[in-house]
Design a protein around this ligand. Structure first.
Ligand code: NAP
Length: 647
């Protein structure tokens, strides 16, 4: 595919060469959003015929290509698309305004198969055709020009950047405190071999910072890190960030309605910072968890946690052990299997994997060309990616209380399980010794399901690889011993053993009203109203807080955007009402969490007793959002003031 296509000169009809070039690009295109973009840009809604409407079959094991359009429908769509592209060129159409509401709804109905009307505002927000719908509709100058009000954001990862961007738009003074030397959070820290997205990339981007030219379907770590760094520059955020600085404590002074933050920089120098509101955006997955294995400190080789991979560590030719088979190990193992002299993978529970043929694929040259050729195609494509992975798999992970059996939670979940097992049987047909080890003994969806394009199976079957399911008994100077008495001598141990995810805000001593600390209030069971507010901690707001993590529906950036927009609304209320502080009522907090707990118990991750980072030490699912994206969106549009005390 050439990088540019021959173009029609004014008044000329398209050459065969040009038509062939366009058709080659169309062959590589995702057709439903291309039809949508062309209908939008040309205003010709007759493109959106019923026979071309993508039927969007249920997602089950994988997302079907082209929304499930028949081969015949695809063929007809390609012909219509070519005609329309030639028309655009002939008429020199290279821009368009946002469609009117009726047209927009017609196009969205076509793409979504008639999504419920409730979704429309959410979908328009994601498209952001005419405007940035999440931008605050107020500024500090408008609502409280005289008020001294400063916000501190803790963390400059994706959530912190979203918060900083919205604060910038509102004109509220703010500072971001970041422990690392650059922005990006988890995408700055994790640079292990093979690190990449496992959410489709266009969907894993902010509605307010859409990017047309992602290089891959699931881009590598560097691309995401650079995207976030780009946002920090383009949105003028960096000058507000204090890098290499940690917050050690945050204490609320009730009389003055001020938060006092103790900071420490990389040289150990301390400082106190006062502000009226704190937004925590510290992430859930960055406190490395090392296993509690006897002898762990005695190993004389190189020991690394997946999230702290030393840049200079080269495992080429080395004997390597990887402990864990979660999302991090799942990317590390295939990336190093062909380089090391031996690889021992220590598995406690096998991961469920979802077939994803395009997991390592680039965005095709044809798609990139069409993104340039057709205004808004990239936006409609992002919208499409968002929609097809939004709620589609939820029905397969709902638990049926009447269902009997440990390996599934419902009939639909069992059907998904059967399909996934059939795929594993195929992948490991030549290694019957491995097959029983790679079939998980828990229901699909009880833990995170991982993207599979065959490289995991290939790595496990590699001649240098050994998959060890015998429990680990200890670690010695030379390596790892298993319960059967075997000694596995290695040069490097990789701890891909996850994070202290449920210990929210554990590294900061947060003290609220009446001297109560978060640790005391939570007592090992972190909760928040909407994942955002906690009683006794006025003007403290969390992004990606308790119970806001997603398991199967879509991109976590969506949840962060929702939370940030809600927080901005809370700040507006504070300023407009001239209130000093806003505090969530305990009743709202308790009722919200009671409902969330009941809903999580009805999901595969709550119904199953398998261990996972979704549950805290008390066994409560403290991480996950059990409902649809729509529900979180609706709940975070504006604060219900009856759930708050304004001081
Ligand atoms: P994880 O999912 O918590 O997996 C930890 C692994 O270590 C599990 O296989 C666990 O076994 C094992 N393990 C823990 N302690 C052990 C012990 N004492 N002995 C033996 N095995 C032990 O952690 P992760 O892989 O770092 O992933 C965490 C989350 O980060 C993911 O779920 C995902 O949300 C995110 N992540 C995302 C990406 C991406 O987007 N590309 C990449 C990496 C991570 P059990 O299963 O038996 O507990």
């Amino acid at each position: 595919m050439p990088e540019t296509l021959p173009t029609t000169q004014a008044g000329q009809s398209a050459s065969d060469n040009e038509k062939a070039g366009l058709m080659a690009a169309i062959q590589e295109a995702e057709l439903p959003p291309l039809l949508a973009a062309l209908a939008h840009v040309s205003g010709d809604l007759s493109l959106l015929t019923d026979d071309l409407c993508p039927p969007l079959p249920p997602m089950k094991t994988s997302i079907v290509p082209q929304g499930g359009m028949s081969a015949q429908a695809q063929q007809r769509a390609r012909t219509l698309i070519l005609e329309k592209l030639l028309w655009l060129r002939e008429h020199k159409v290279n821009s368009a305004s946002a469609p009117d509401m009726a047209t927009l709804e017609r196009i969205i109905t076509f793409l979504t198969g008639g999504a419920s009307h409730d979704y429309l505002p959410l979908l328009e927000h994601e498209l952001a055709l005419d405007a940035d719908h999440g931008a605050p509709k107020w500024t500090k100058d408008q609502v409280a020009p005289q008020r001294d009000f400063k916000v501190v954001v803790i963390g400059a990862g994706a959530s912190g950047l979203a918060a900083a961007h919205r604060l910038n738009q509102s004109g509220l003074p703010f500072v971001v405190i970041e422990k690392n030397s650059d922005v990006g959070g988890t995408w700055w820290e994790n640079n292990y071999p093979g690190c990449r997205l496992d959410t489709p990339n266009y969907a894993y981007s902010f509605s307010f910072a859409q990017k047309e030219d992602w290089p891959e379907q699931f881009s590598i770590q560097k691309e995401i890190r650079d995207y976030l760094r780009g946002i920090s520059k383009d949105m003028d955020i960096r000058r507000h960030v204090r890098f290499n600085t940690i917050v050690t404590s945050a204490t609320y002074d009730e009389k003055r309605a001020l938060w006092q933050l103790e900071l420490r920089d990389a040289n150990g120098k301390g400082e106190t910072l006062a502000c009226q509101a704190v937004i925590t955006a510290v992430g859930q997955l960055n406190q490395a968890q090392y296993p509690n294995i006897p002898g762990i400190d005695t190993f004389s080789g190189t020991a690394v946690h997946s999230s702290h991979w030393p840049q200079q560590l080269d495992v080429e030719g080395k004997r390597v052990a990887v402990i864990g088979t979660g999302a991090s190990a799942y990317q590390i193992v295939p990336a190093i299997a062909g380089k090391v002299s031996s690889l021992k993978v220590f598995q406690r529970n096998a991961p469920w994997t979802l077939p994803t043929a395009n997991y390592h694929e680039k965005i095709s040259a044809g798609m990139l060309l069409l993104f340039k050729e057709v205004p808004y195609y990239a936006r409609w494509f992002r919208f499409w990616q968002f929609w097809i992975s939004a709620e589609g798999r939820l029905p397969f992970v709902h638990a049926d209380p009447a269902w009997k059996g440990k390996h599934a939670v419902s009939e639909a979940n069992e059907a998904l399980r059967q399909d996934l097992v059939a795929i594993l049987k195929k992948q490991f047909a030549d290694r019957p010794d491995l097959l029983p080890k790679v079939i998980p003994a828990y229901p699909p969806g009880a833990k995170r399901m991982l993207r599979d394009n065959g490289v995991w199976a290939a790595a496990l079957k590699h001649e240098h690889t050994q998959l060890i399911t015998e429990p680990i008994a200890g670690i010695t100077k030379h390596g790892i011993t298993t319960a059967d008495g075997q000694e596995h001598d290695v040069d490097v141990i990789v701890y891909a053993t996850g994070f202290h995810a449920s210990d929210f805000l554990d590294t900061i001593t947060v003290t609220g009203r009446n001297g109560i600390t978060l640790k005391q209030y939570w007592n090992g069971d972190a909760k928040a109203y909407l994942g955002i507010n906690i009683p006794n901690f006025p003007n403290l707001f969390c992004v990606y807080g308790p119970n806001t993590n997603l398991v199967v529906n879509g991109s976590i950036l969506f949840m962060s955007e929702c939370a940030v927009e809600y927080i901005m609304e809370c700040l507006r209320v504070l300023l407009q009402e001239d209130a000093k502080a806003m505090e969530c009522r305990e009743q709202a907090y308790l009722a919200f969490n009671e409902e969330i707990d009941a809903a999580n118990a009805r999901m595969a991750w709550g119904a199953s007793d398998v261990s996972s980072w979704y549950k805290n030490k008390k066994g409560r699912v403290s991480q996950n959002w059990p409902h649809s994206l729509l529900r979180y969106w609706q709940m975070t549009r504006t604060p219900a003031l009856s759930n708050y005390k304004l001081h």
